[in-house]
Design a protein. Structure first.
Length: 411
């Protein structure tokens, strides 16, 4: 039995109204050093450069994911009966702690590191960390169980599906939360209806046929949010400058480590070795921004200019790529303008399909329970989703470069 709080805690939330907490291990995990750090990581990375109210954090999103998982455990018919108390607490903690490994500017930071955030999440959960001690104190098997759920290793598929599947608490919270804080309506869908029509069958979540149209709305919400918000070209431009900034810093460090003396917050990330958990957790967005403000005064002209661009939102311009010839021509133009194309020119491709089931992998599929009790994969029974699955993947390829180069004729 896990220890309960003397009084249930509630936290106000604009998406879920209240976050409800009754287990001490969950409350203590929220107060841990590693979880509190998520207050200092933007949920949408550089998207606040586009949508000025997108200032919400990984902290608030993680609480939202926890709340949806808690509601699944408590409200979805069959879930509570299917799970032991240990499994219920473990999956709620997995929802809460799934993003512990995110770095500054969220996914943008992954582009300049050797490991994805999931790697660091697992290292924090299983390594020498405050949150590991909290989980171990509650139950010595808890850290591994939580890590296994997040990493898709847990033998009980239902637990993983609740955290990371096609119809999971993570996606449902970030769509609603990101739509709210960007002031857009693209990500709206009926969460209440989805929760009311979820059931458990064969150790997996299924949605009743009566809830299928709400799931269709959810899938279309994902589609529009990706192209209108997540893949916005200005956000991708910030990422392009950020990658160039870090590449230049690494090149300077490898050529002469002493040239970056005094930039200690970056040093662990410049070496060709795995970053320690202590150093990784110490790196948040305030630390990164302070480091950039120092780099703005660095004697290296390229590093200081890229830092200035990030701090003042003097980002790269962009154009759609029609053919490879246009890429080569623009790269030459960048060089003609006096810029080193290694740091001032990049190509990026965004690609997304809102729903793509992979046969044989349950977590990649949404299952529908028909009125006669049969279980079918969503695209087999939904004309709308079938059209999405059979349609071509939408992609968008752009090149990024200093805006001043657009009007220059180098011929």
């Amino acid at each position: 039995m896990f220890e309960l709080l003397a009084e249930k805690k509630v936290m106000r939330d604009p998406i879920h109204e209240y976050i409800h907490i009754q287990y001490k291990v969950i409350w203590d995990s929220i107060d841990s050093l590693e979880f509190q750090r998520l207050r200092r990581i933007h949920q949408l990375g550089p998207t606040f450069q586009v949508y000025h109210t997108a200032e919400h954090s990984r902290f608030s999103h993680s609480l939202g994911v926890y709340e949806i998982v808690r509601r699944m455990v408590e409200e979805v018919e069959g879930v509570k009966e299917h799970l032991s108390e240990f499994e219920r607490v473990a999956v709620m903690l997995a929802g809460l702690l799934h993003d512990l490994g995110h770095g500054p500017f969220s996914h943008a930071f992954e582009l300049i590191q050797n490991h994805h955030h999931e790697y660091y999440t697992e290292q924090i959960l299983l390594g020498e960390s405050a949150v590991h001690q909290i989980l171990s104190k509650a139950d010595v098997n808890l850290p591994k169980a939580v890590a296994d759920i997040i990493a898709h290793r847990h033998p009980k598929k239902l637990l993983t599906q609740m955290i990371s599947g096609q119809l999971d608490a993570d996606r449902m919270d970030y769509l609603l939360r990101d739509a709210y804080f960007t002031g857009t309506s693209y990500g709206q869908f009926d969460l209440e209806r989805i929760l009311r029509t979820l059931r458990v069958a064969d150790d997996r979540l299924v949605v009743k046929e009566s809830g299928m149209h709400t799931v269709e709305d959810y899938i279309m919400a994902r589609y529009h949010m990706y192209w209108q918000v997540y893949y916005h070209p200005v956000s991708r431009s910030f990422e392009a400058v950020l990658i160039s900034f870090f590449r230049r810093m690494k090149d300077l460090y490898h050529n002469n480590p002493l040239s970056l003396t005094g930039y200690d917050m970056f040093t662990p990330f410049l070496k060709d070795e795995v970053v320690s958990i202590e150093d990784y957790v110490s790196m948040d967005e305030p630390a990164f921004m302070y480091g950039m403000s120092l780099c703005k005064k660095h004697p290296d002209a390229i590093l200081s200019d890229l830092a200035r661009r990030l701090l003042t939102r003097d980002l790269f311009g962009y154009l759609d790529i029609d053919n490879e010839k246009s890429v080569a021509e623009m790269k030459k133009k960048v060089e003609f303008c006096g810029f080193n194309s290694e740091y001032y020119f990049s190509v990026d491709r965004a690609k997304q399909q809102p729903y793509q089931p992979y046969r044989g992998k349950d977590s990649s599929m949404i299952w529908v329970m028909l009125k006669d009790g049969r279980i079918r994969e969503l695209s087999d029974v939904s004309v709308i989703v079938q059209a999405i699955v059979k349609g071509e993947d939408k992609s968008d390829r752009k090149m990024f470069f200093p805006k001043s180069c657009v009007e220059v004729n180098h011929e």
